[in-house]
Design a protein. Structure first.
Length: 208
């Protein structure tokens, strides 16, 4: 049986069979019975490679962090996860550089530390008492790689089109006027990093 560890763009954990291209971590979220009992335990939300130095893990092992999985990098970013500084070191450095370039008002050190970025991201993604923080924007102002919600559904902005998101991949492009106001799921500082040059990796279905 699949575990409740597949992450959607809202940052919610769902029970589905699809595994995804990246693994994630928010701390120990599961019980001894492998049931989710917390949405997060740490402000350090990261996305990791599925394979790294031959390490093997039992998923949802007792007293170990809860392994989460994402369709692609764009989904992990929308959920509020940044690249891991260990297993995705080069990607993390690219992210830090773009994040600093796009968020000068938040930068304390150069390059910004992981803790510095995580503090900002946590303030942008998690509502007190639960739920996801979002904001409104005009579609044409958002860079490719952002994930938005419109009429109750999540979409990826990519190659000038909007593609509906699912755990299996992206659907056929939807038509939406550039002036349409949408709810942005990707945290604001990450949107700024994308605009500054950090292009998220996306599932192959986004190009179909």
């Amino acid at each position: 049986m699949p575990l409740q560890n597949r992450v959607d763009p809202y940052g919610q954990l769902q029970v589905v069979a699809a595994r995804g291209a990246l693994m994630g971590n928010r701390g120990i979220l599961h019980s001894a019975g492998k049931q989710i009992i917390a949405a997060w335990r740490s402000p350090r939300w990261i996305s990791c490679r599925l394979d790294f130095k031959g390490r093997r893990r039992e998923v949802f092992a007792p007293h170990r962090y809860s392994e989460l999985f994402f369709l692609d990098e764009a989904t992990s970013l929308a959920a509020g996860h940044r690249p891991c500084a260990e297993c995705r070191r080069e990607r993390f450095k690219e992210f830090c550089a773009a994040w600093a370039a796009g968020n000068a008002d938040h930068v304390v050190s150069q390059p910004p530390s992981a803790d510095e970025i995580d503090r900002v991201l946590h303030s942008e993604r998690a509502r007190h008492g639960g739920g996801k923080k979002t904001y409104q924007a005009v579609l044409s102002t958002l860079p490719a790689g952002s994930i938005v919600e419109h009429e109750g559904r999540a979409y990826l902005a990519w190659a000038g089109k909007l593609r509906p998101w699912s755990f299996a991949g992206y659907g056929p492009a939807a038509s939406l006027l550039p002036a349409t106001e949408v709810t942005v799921l990707t945290p604001k500082s990450i949107v700024h990093a994308i605009r500054a040059g950090f292009l998220p990796d996306v599932h192959e279905s986004a190009g179909g």
